[in-house]
Ligand binder design. Structure first.
Ligand SMILES: Cc1cc2nc3c(=O)[nH]c(=O)nc-3n(C[C@H](O)[C@H](O)[C@H](O)COP(=O)(O)O)c2cc1C
Length: 159
């Protein structure tokens, strides 16, 4: 906690709190619950909460509470980890987060914003290429293509 606080103080000393945010990774409440209160005097613009490890499924720790976090922290909170349109909408409507961050949807979708906005399906990037090393699995993904009108009617008929 002391390290996080001292780094935040040093960075805010250079840039000012209104230009600095801090990511909170895994076990947000357990590890950072007290830290966020101590960050308040620095006037950070946001905390970015990666609610769980990046496992590919939402296993948010049971003590994760945005209400509690918002009670303790004066700045904005950004929610993150495996959000889809449904969860995003619920969390925003419930007033639990100010913003939602998306990571993996940007790997296999050059147009994730349009897809979310239009409720188009998101392509899932295969896990094998996540941390990749080369271009394979990172570039060359197509933008969303509407299925042909008769696709549903032909489904299952070998076409
Ligand atoms: C391949 C990959 C690389 C990542 N690299 C970073 C990174 O360099 N810095 C970081 O803060 N988070 C990194 N993350 C975590 C993401 O920013 C994000 O917090 C996480 O994937 C959960 O969000 P998502 O479910 O929308 O992907 C990475 C995640 C993946 C899958």
């Amino acid at each position: 906690m002391r390290l996080g606080l001292e780094v935040a103080q040093a960075v805010v000393g250079v840039w000012g709190g209104e230009r600095v945010g801090i990511p909170l990774d895994s076990d947000v409440m357990g590890t950072y619950g007290n830290l966020v209160e101590q960050l308040n005097p620095l006037g950070l613009v946001y905390v970015h909460c990666v609610e769980d490890e990046t496992t590919g499924q939402r296993n948010t720790p049971s003590d994760m509470s945005f209400l509690e976090l918002r009670r303790r922290f004066n700045g904005r909170d950004i929610a993150n980890d495996d959000y889809d349109l449904r969860i995003t909408t619920r969390v925003l409507l419930d007033g639990l987060a100010d913003l939602i961050a998306f990571g993996r949807p940007f790997i296999a979708n050059p147009d994730p914003v349009a897809r979310l906005r239009n409720e188009w399906i998101l392509t899932e990037a295969p896990k094998e290429t996540w941390y990749g090393g080369g271009t394979k699995g990172y570039i060359g993904w197509p933008t969303y293509q509407k299925p042909p009108k008769d696709a549903a009617a032909n489904y299952g008929q070998g076409i």
